[in-house]
Design a protein around this ligand. Sequence first.
Ligand SMILES: [Zn+2]
Length: 290
Amino acid sequence: MKGVNIRFIEAGHSSQLEAMAVQGGAWRSIRFPGTVAVIRHPKEGVLLFDTGYTPRYYEETREFPNKIYRLTVPVEITEEQTASHQLRKMGIATTDVSKIILSHFHADHVAGCRDFEQSKFIYAKEAYTAVKDLGPIASVKHAFLKGLLPDDFERLSSTLSPENFLDAKTGYPEFETGCDLLGDGSVVAVELPGHTCGQIGLMVKTETQGDFFLVADACWQAESFEKDIPSHPVTRLVHANYKRYRETLSKIHRLFLHTSHTSGHTSANSPALRIVPCHCEKTCAGLPRG
Ligand SMILES: [Zn+2]
């Protein structure tokens, strides 16, 4: 799409065992980058897909029960690594960000939201409904830290209902329809249920960089969608609906096979459609940076 381009920044990272991220992986610690997509659009200005970590994560997890989250998910983030700071270095003020699309409400995707209180937040209604009224313990179990969201978050929001995801064709099999967020087909939200209730991804059509499919946490490593291998069985506790998580992963795998086949490329960085899991360091290392 004319005038549309995409860059990626890493707003902090956590550490996980590779064997947990993908079945058959090594029992070694790997980096899970908190990837934020920065989309420039000629009429809409700058859009973000997710917000990564901020040091606010530390503040919100200082005391029990939220501290349980911090103890199970070690995170490294400095003020200089936040999305807002890195955007400023790219010449983008936080007020230039018109819309922020949130894939889901796990803390590593929403921790930067308070830095963008002049933006419109877009997400699936059911994703927020599933967590917004949870009590303290249940919130931690769902990796949801409400204090990371702006006080008037709902007023700043524009939510998507299931019927909204039927209005536009993506041009790709397996995920044939989605919600055309800007009205020109350049940024289309699609449903990726399973990891959480109401998780969404984005299809982005750029002018010169090809098409991107940002799949958030539908899988954690490229190997998962390349070979249709899920995360370790223990992580069934993390995924809200394991059956739907598997269905979504298999759909991404079939899409990957289709686009690899039609383009003649067999790597995850196929120029026909680049599939981007938020936390895959291997994938993120090959992406255009901010
Ligand atoms: Zn998640």
